[in-house]
Design a binder for this molecule. Sequence first.
Ligand code: 8YV
Length: 310
Amino acid sequence: MPKLLQITAIHPDAQARLAAGYELIHAELPQLDADWLARHGSDVEGVVTGGHLGLPAGVMTALPRLRVIAINGVGFDKVDLDLARSRGVRVTNTPDVLTDDVADLAVGLTLALLRRLPQADAYVRAGRWLSAEMPLATKLTGKRIGIFGLGRIGRAAARRFGGFTDQIAYADVVRYDVPFAWHPDPVSLAGASDVLVICAAASADTRRIIGAPVFDALGPSGVLVNVARGSIVDESALVAALQAGRLGGAALDVFEDEPNVPAALVGMDNVVVTPHIASATNETRRAMGDLMIDNIDAVFSGARIPTAVV
Ligand code: 8YV
């Protein structure tokens, strides 16, 4: 049986299927130091990782028999694709099967932020409803929604927000034939949006592209929603804009240095934070695990790889 280094947890059903076909070496990223790699590196023929983890270049180069990096996720921003190509290592991901969940969460976070659902829940639990009505919140229906990144997830989010408003715009490097207004950059999009939803893929081009000028364009009644990657947002500029009241609020599933969330964000009442759960449903994580294993099976059997990145 081929030997796989597994550095992320996957759905229990997928885990059972993986264990039946492969010899698994479990480790966490911080354990993979020079010592570990010297002892086990030459055994590893495949790596099972998450989109949020990827595989450091130094680890990839210390695995001489590596044939595949299988990502249990759609994002491949944490894998050096050129390095993989140059070493003849295949890289696979799990697109499509998680699109619905991520788009669902974009709507859920927007509603949670505008309608203050976490506060409302806490209000009832604390018995405060017994003495006073909760303060009023903000309406979603009719608001202007800006989608940054109109790929699969951005489109799915746009379809869902279409149930709340006909004012949907997007910014993307590509101008698509879609019934939404196109903006060439996120600042221009933010200026035309009440809710800016980040759905773009992380890359060197999108790194910290959502910064102070975007927050200023959104303004004190605008809000930011991020279900993509923390690296796309300039987190300290976000904290500064929120603290100064220059931005109305933020709902974030992803952060620059997960699982560390800046204390300043956690302390703010106009911020909703979730622990990178956009694809974290039973149904979707099972489907992601299955697709990831289909990819690995294909690499080792020589069949066509269902969803190869490299
Ligand atoms: C997961 C993700 O958190 O798909 C991605 O790129 O970030 C998420 O779906 C992760 O990859 C689960 O392993």
